[in-house]
Design a binder for this molecule. Structure first.
Ligand code: G6P
Length: 475
């Protein structure tokens, strides 16, 4: 590795903040991937002149480290087998459903586990080779839970933080995993293990006590070698000020007007924005909306539901099945309830740039976020940030991490169809004053705890963990 890549801060995530794209003339380039993780980490990375290690998507192998938009990036290649067994397999067909309350049935395959270990090893080795003496390494998410311990083995001088962006399940679910102990030990390689919610950190501490047998006290784990690991909650957030500003620009406001007109100027627009994922509760939400129309509580002449479904993990079987189910349902609902020029649901299977999203959020009178389980859900926070006029209603699942902070939303249990129908009608009928009261409180929360505060508090805690390893540096 070239000397210039030695860094005091190394971010390790399954994905790079940019995607490899092929232009129409066949030439290859990079495009900044949208999404919470990138906006969250970018400022920390720049400030510390750090490097980011991750997979750029695809199977290209000829990738050299490069600088993009001032960020030093180190692409990790992934073979077809690794994509199938590490990414689609163990990460997204074993861990993802297991960590999301068994929203689908997790599959346990020993070959997937082997490949997961192998890929984690490769990421750890790369991090070890670019981290400067005594550097800080920040590892992200469920695809890389073995990296902390593997990295510590190679480089005991490093300070290692790990952050899990998705939920961490209760012991009763996690214990199904044949490799539960190895995962816990992998995470314990970190000095600080961060979660979205306090409950997740407690699940982890309890499992470490039960399954690994270490002594714990409150948020600390005491390892036999004298090291201490802290496990605590750091709820992630968004660039609230940036998004609020964007949502008030003339071009976004003009686009929002255009969207409303394209929808036929309905009295109210309902909006759902999700990766097309079975944890998001898209199917049940659309059914609830259809029933509310059938009951006569909402008329298609007055209201429309726009569902943006961002393509995701399209090679994984459960995602293919889900897509078919949702598309059949949308067809049926529009067939049953739509009129000429007035479909009940506008369904868009696509992803959109930030300014188009801001325009959609500006257009939506009722935002519907109803996952069965979600680590945080940044869509809910983005919607709130875009409501500069304190208007609009948010319907939010109590099983999204965001519900802990956004208490003034219309909170729903996504398994309770009648409850969801009631919330749709209540939010639809709510007076402007009531909507404003709730929105004002939520906007205040979002502004106070933005993504910079999140990164800051994680990094500060990481420096403060007792017995941290910068002290054991060789002279
Ligand atoms: C979730 C995960 C991320 C992941 C993202 C997109 O937010 O926490 O780690 O990158 O989904 O999923 P993908 O499989 O496309 O990386």
């Amino acid at each position: 590795m070239v000397r210039s890549m030695q860094a005091d801060l190394v971010v390790v995530a399954n994905r790079l903040p940019v995607d490899r794209i092929t232009d129409s003339d066949g030439s290859k380039g990079w495009r900044t991937s949208p999404g919470g993780l990138v906006t969250a980490i970018e400022p920390v990375l720049r400030e510390n002149d750090g490097v980011w290690i991750g997979w750029p998507g695809g199977t290209d192998t000829d990738l050299e480290p490069f600088t993009e938009d001032g960020m030093r990036l180190i692409p990790m290649s992934m073979s077809q087998e690794e994509i199938e067994e590490h990414y689609e397999g163990f990460s997204n067909a074993t861990l993802w459903p297991l960590y999301h309350d068994l929203a689908a049935r997790p599959e346990f395959h020993r070959e997937w586990w082997d490949t997961y270990q192998r890929v984690n090893k490769r990421f750890a080795e790369k991090a070890a080779s670019v981290a400067a003496e005594g550097a800080t390494v920040w590892v992200h998410d469920y695809q890389l839970q073995l990296v902390p311990a593997m990295l510590r083995e190679l480089r005991p001088d490093l300070k290692i933080g790990f952050y899990l962006h998705i939920p961490f399940p209760p012991a009763e679910l996690f214990s199904q995993l044949p490799w539960r102990r190895q995962i816990l030990e992998g995470l314990l390689g970190a000095d600080l293990v961060g979660f979205q919610l306090a409950g997740a950190a407690q699940n982890f501490i309890r499992l470490v006590r039960q399954r690994v047998g270490h002594k714990t006290h409150r948020d600390l784990v005491y390892l036999p070698d004298g090291r201490t690991v802290r496990a605590a909650a750091y709820p992630i957030s968004i660039d609230a000020a940036g998004l609020e500003e964007l949502a008030q620009t003339e071009s976004v406001l003009a686009r929002s007007k255009e969207i409303r007109e394209a929808l036929g100027n309905p009295r109210q627009v309902f909006l759902g924005v999700d990766r097309l994922d079975y944890t998001k509760g898209i199917y049940a939400r659309l059914r609830a909306f259809a029933e509310v129309i059938a009951d006569g509580d909402i008329d298609v002449d007055d209201a429309v539901f726009v569902q943006v479904a961002v393509p995701s993990r399209e090679q994984v079987e459960t995602y293919k099945v889900l897509r078919d189910e949702i598309e059949r349902l949308v067809g049926r609902i529009n067939g049953d309830h739509g009129k000429l020029g007035r479909p009940a649901i506008h369904y868009l299977h696509s992803s959109y740039p930030r300014d188009e999203m801001a325009a959609l959020y500006r257009t939506a009178d009722v935002m519907v976020v109803t996952p069965y389980r979600d680590g945080m859900n940044l869509v809910a926070k983005e919607y709130v940030a875009c409501r500069g006029a304190d208007d609009g209603a948010l319907i939010l699942s109590e099983f999204a991490g965001a519900a802990d902070e956004l208490r003034q939303a219309w909170l729903v249990n996504p398994y309770d169809l009648n409850g969801m129908k009631q919330a749709l009608v209540d939010a639809y009928r709510a007076e402007d004053r009531e909507r404003a009261r709730r929105m004002r409180a939520m906007r205040k929360t979002i502004r106070q705890h933005d993504v910079a505060a999140w990164a800051d508090s994680f990094m500060t805690s990481l420096t403060e963990v007792p017995g941290n390893h910068a002290k054991t540096l060789k002279p």
